[in-house]
Design a protein around this ligand. Structure first.
Ligand SMILES: Cc1ncc(C[n+]2csc(CCOP(=O)(O)OP(=O)(O)O)c2C)c(N)n1
Ligand SMILES: [Mg+2]
Length: 552
């Protein structure tokens, strides 16, 4: 047994968990951890300018690698800065460990003037899978181990761990103990035969797959199952990266227009015409639930902590457990049993519907050759962004077009905040994406309002020499909200105009290259030039978010 500071014990435990990256910011209460991190050979630290961005980066790291992303903050304001992004990671089922220093156990000015030792635990409790407070150096290994396990087991999600400054600085006995934990995947197998029977008997089953599939890296199993059953796959908002869009049985999630709130009637039709709906990894509250719950036969597969919320889809059968594992078990039973009878017909109907919607979008864009039309600009960007790129995007007007124009080619190529939808996602998400996959192109699609919320992190991309293209769609407005004022408040706009900087000079002030684009026809050349830069590049494109929206 060695005697080390508790801060060193924390870092040793993180090393045993194979942590290679930490996103964080030092403060007086977590300095003992930083002191130990300085000496770590296997962990790199990405210094953020705002802790919320550290949590977004940890979230994206968690989604892309399947391992918990770590964000490290200091007590009080540093920790509470993270709450929005931790909540977003919770909604996105992303494994995240939020680790923070806390006020001294002996402090006379306790807890940043809030006088409640429990306040951080209370703040994080509703937006995490678990909150842990380490009150003894000797408990570090056990509690960190449990927290890592909670973040990854069952439905993944964030956890919060706090350690008081005096405990972090005190010495403790520590024995390095490489972790060999294996996560037992929980699978309820007794109902598998019943599910197999329903799926075998169904003449026209459909799959409704969402973010559980992506988060558990179960796309391959989903693809196999769709093929074995000849079942079309629908992917609602959070599930759009669950299966490549060009899969012959993938419908995607067509939006028929508006600000992303109108679901195309085809969805309703396909669900109504099917005789069994298999819902995989979709959280209660996804847009299609209202149609699904009226369906006579619904099978629901997910980790079910409680069945109360699942009753919203009125399932005939609930398969509780690890999605990848259950899909594998189902495949073993179903493989060889070919449902070919209607296979061709179903695949061609899927492709036909998908093509019809795509054609309508293209025609709409073709009729609106306004150089500042956001749809026209995004369609042009879609032509030049390489297929293997990771594309994080912000909420706002971009979101209403992403569904129709950008398609998933790989389980994680399209990243958004998801339904939680916090502004300021794309910039820090792009940084984490590039750190996870240095060899892949990363193009962030940012709203001007969103970019400004997270803009300090542009410096982080420069510091780390990350080759990322940041596209800022510059309409000088919180455009979506302005559009809502037009649509629902008689055009009375207020509080939605924003003053934006000269983005080319903004980039230049960091020593980076910036471009300004005023006409969509310039995009191809500018993108080529930007792609040849070695570090981050910013392309500001002038758009008008108040132009007509696509509708069918
Ligand atoms: C943190 C946060 N605050 C407020 C909102 C509500 N909101 C959604 S979109 C939007 C406007 C975003 O502006 P911008 O990034 O410029 O995108 P645009 O709508 O102009 O395309 C706002 C305020 C939000 N989603 N997240
Ligand atoms: Mg805007």
């Amino acid at each position: 047994m060695k005697r080390v500071s508790c801060g060193h014990a924390v870092v040793k435990c993180l090393e045993s968990e194979n942590v290679d990256t930490i996103f964080g910011q030092p403060g007086s209460h977590n300095l003992a951890i930083y002191d130990a991190l300085r000496e770590s050979r296997s962990i790199r630290h990405i210094n953020v300018k705002h802790e919320e961005n550290a949590a977004v980066m940890a979230d994206v790291y968690g989604r892309l690698t399947g391992k918990p992303g770590i964000c490290l903050t200091t007590a009080g304001p540093g920790a509470t800065h993270c709450v929005t992004a931790v909540a977003q990671a919770y909604a996105a089922r992303s494994p995240v460990v939020h680790l923070c220093g806390h006020c001294e156990t002996t402090s006379l000015l306790p807890f940043h003037g809030l006088y409640d030792p429990q306040f951080l635990m209370n703040v994080f409790q509703p937006v995490t899978k678990g909150c842990f407070s380490i009150q003894k150096g000797s408990m570090v290994a056990e509690i960190l181990g449990e927290a890592f396990s909670v973040a990854q087991r069952g439905k993944k999600g964030p956890v919060h761990i706090e350690i008081p400054k005096d405990i972090l600085e005190a010495e403790t006995e520590f024995e390095s103990d490489p972790r060999t934990r294996t996560l037992v995947s929980q699978v309820e197998t007794t109902l598998i035969p019943e599910a197999v029977k329903i799926l075998r008997d169904a003449k026209a089953p459909i799959l409704l797959a969402s973010q559980g599939v992506t988060r558990e890296f179960a796309s391959e199993e989903l693809d196999r199952l769709a093929e074995v059953l000849s079942a079309p796959i629908m992917t609602p908002w959070n599930g759009r990266s669950a299966i490549p869009f060009d899969h012959p049985l993938a419908f995607g999630f067509p939006i028929s227009g508006g600000l992303g709130q109108f679901i195309h009637p085809t969805f309703k039709e396909v669900i109504t015409e099917s005789d069994a709906v298999f819902v995989v990894g979709s959280d209660p509250g996804e847009a299609l639930y209202d149609f699904v719950k009226k369906h006579p036969v619904v099978i629901y597969l997910d980790h079910c902590e409680s069945t109360e919320s699942i009753q919203r889809v009125n399932p005939a059968l609930i398969l509780n457990g690890n999605i990848k594992e259950v899909l594998r078990l189902l495949l073993i039973e179903l493989e060889g049993y070919k449902f070919q009878e209607k296979a061709k017909e179903r695949a061609s109907k899927t492709i036909e519907t998908k093509n019809k919607i795509q054609k309508a979008v293209r025609e709409f864009i073709g009729r609106n050759k306004d150089p500042h039309h956001v749809g026209v600009v995004l369609a042009e960007l879609n032509k030049v962004i390489p297929e293997d790129a990771i594309i994080p995007s912000d909420p706002g007007i971009i979101d209403s077009w992403m569904f129709s124009l950008f398609h998933s080619h790989w389980p994680h190529n399209l990243l958004t905040g998801g339904r939680y939808g916090s502004m300021g996602f794309a910039l820090p998400a792009a940084i984490a994406s590039k750190l996870c996959f240095p060899e892949r192109p990363v193009v962030a699609l940012c709203g001007d309002g969103s970019f400004l919320m997270a803009s300090a992190e542009f410096g982080t991309a420069v510091e780390n020499r990350l080759k990322i293209i940041f596209v800022v769609l510059n309409d000088h407005h919180f455009g979506t909200i302005r559009k809502m004022q037009d649509m629902f408040y008689g055009g009375r706009s207020y509080g939605t105009e924003i003053h934006t900087p000269d983005f080319v000079r903004f980039a230049a002030s960091y020593g980076a290259k910036g471009f300004s684009v005023d006409h969509f026809s310039e995009i191809e050349d500018v993108f080529q030039e930007a792609s040849s830069e070695d570090g981050p590049v910013l392309i500001s494109i002038h758009i008008d978010s108040q132009v007509p929206l696509f509708s069918m």
